[in-house]
Write a protein that binds this ligand. Structure first.
Ligand code: HEC
Length: 410
């Protein structure tokens, strides 16, 4: 097998795949309104044809992430990047990043609770970077919290800015593939597998709208993440357990280093013998593949089901819960609240950070003290997709005081 021709065939299949995405997207566009996102999505879902197209659009893009992932791993494993052009290699990696961004921005468009809450979660991850974190998150959201501004930014990114980059890149990449320079078998097999897989998913798993988002959801962080961000969530979890300030190492430094190592493969690989596999590429592809499997597996129980109505672990319970507060314990908790830096993420009485929800009225949401202590000990155990760091190292007795204080907030 000539791996360069297979490699080029696979990229041709990818370009075909992105074309399908653009076509279905274009058909859907006139039926969507940024001004009335949820209402237009409800109307869209009411039409069987449009709903199917929307579902297909969703699965085509999910499958595209998988296809590009396979393509990149194959390129590394077979060292095809050596024989292909460097531009083709770098360009296809950037294509993968673009597709991920398209997927992320597209997920917000239906404007249901899950869409808005996952956007709140993902932008709060961006916020965890030192120094530039807050600025970066504010830019992504168009403000201090997710809201209509965010939708407007993500909509234009999704339908104009990212596709434009995609188009430019596609033209450049297509030019790099000489006619006859690729394996037609790889193109047809890759393209057909992709098409059948997406179609099968679209028929079997229709994407369904959840309840519409309200302003409450702008600051709610309680939603299962989509599967493609699971590695990021696991990395976040691992590094946050080392220390709350290390979160960015997992969510930014490691992904950036991996991306760089992949893009630079043609330069890093000093022994350039065409046709021979490379240790560098093989090790890197194995590490990425196994690493992703382990990381996804680690948080797999947290993954959102596309068509499940029960996207949230808990219903926001209201009502009048009476919890008797121990004032001494709550007072100690209040001190700990600042000592432990809770206020860097949470507002109480209007002051504090915006990396997490406002804690006013928390007693109505989770009146159970055990829940509170459990949440502080390991947030992801009770709130799927939580990006709050664990405070297990603070010790049980202090956590009880913190819980008491949180429950005392009216
Ligand atoms: C790095 C940011 C960050 C820090 C620091 C932080 N939290 Fe959180 N917190 C979050 C996020 C994000 C959520 C939403 C996800 C969740 O519910 O776990 C949250 C949720 C909560 C909730 C549940 C709120 C709800 O809507 O039900 C409570 C209670 C809470 N935090 C208390 C605390 C306490 C007490 C501390 C300090 C010991 C603390 N947090 C420190 C980010 C943070």
């Amino acid at each position: 097998v000539n791996s360069r021709r297979v490699f080029n065939g696979l990229i041709a299949a990818t370009l075909f795949a992105t074309l399908l995405e653009v076509i279905t997207g274009f058909i859907l566009l006139p039926f969507y309104s940024v001004k009335d996102p949820y209402k237009s999505s409800v109307a869209l879902e009411a039409s069987p044809v449009l709903h199917f197209l929307q579902t297909f659009h969703h699965w085509l893009s999910a499958a595209l992430i998988v296809l590009l992932g396979i393509f990149v791993l194959f390129g590394l494993w077979s060292a095809a990047y050596r024989m292909s052009s460097k531009k083709l290699w770098g360009g296809s990696i950037i294509l993968l990043v673009l597709i991920l961004l398209l997927q992320l921005t597209g997920h917000l468009l239906p404007w249901d609770q899950h869409a808005v809450r996952t956007a709140a979660i993902e932008t709060s991850i961006a916020q965890k970077a030192p120094v530039v974190g807050a600025m970066q998150a504010d830019l992504l959201r168009g403000g201090k919290a997710v809201g209509p501004e965010t939708l407007s930014i993500w909509f234009w990114a999704h339908v104009a800015i990212l596709p434009l980059f995609w188009l430019l890149l596609t033209v450049l990449l297509a030019k790099k593939i000489r006619p006859g320079g690729f394996s037609k078998k790889a193109l047809v097999a890759g393209g057909a597998a992709y098409f059948v897989f997406s179609l099968g998913c679209a028929i079997g798993m229709a994407v369904q709208l959840g309840p519409g988002a309200s302003t409450v959801d702008y600051g709610a962080f309680d939603a299962k993440p989509e599967w493609y961000v699971l590695p990021l969530h696991s990395l976040l979890d691992i590094f946050q357990n080392i220390g709350p300030n290390f979160a960015f190492v997992g969510t930014m430094v490691i992904p950036a280093v991996v991306l760089l190592l992949v893009i630079l493969a043609p330069w890093m690989d000093l022994k350039r013998e065409a046709g021979k596999p490379s240790i560098y590429g093989m090790v890197l592809s194995l590490v990425i593949f196994l690493g992703s499997c382990i990381l996804i597996q680690k948080s797999a129980s947290n993954v959102a089901v596309p068509n499940g109505p029960n996207l949230f672990a808990k219903a926001a319970a209201g009502g009048s819960t009476v919890v008797t507060i121990d004032p001494k314990l709550a007072e100690l908790g209040q001190k700990l609240f600042t000592e432990q830096g809770c206020d860097s993420c949470h507002t109480v009485d209007g002051s504090g950070g915006n990396g997490g929800p406002d804690l006013k009225g928390e007693v109505a949401k989770h009146p159970d003290r055990n829940w509170q202590v459990q949440h502080l000990t390991k947030p992801t155990a009770v709130v799927p997709g939580s990006t709050m760091p664990s405070f297990a190292n603070v010790g049980d007795s202090k956590l009880k005081a913190l819980a008491e204080y949180v429950l005392s907030l009216k």
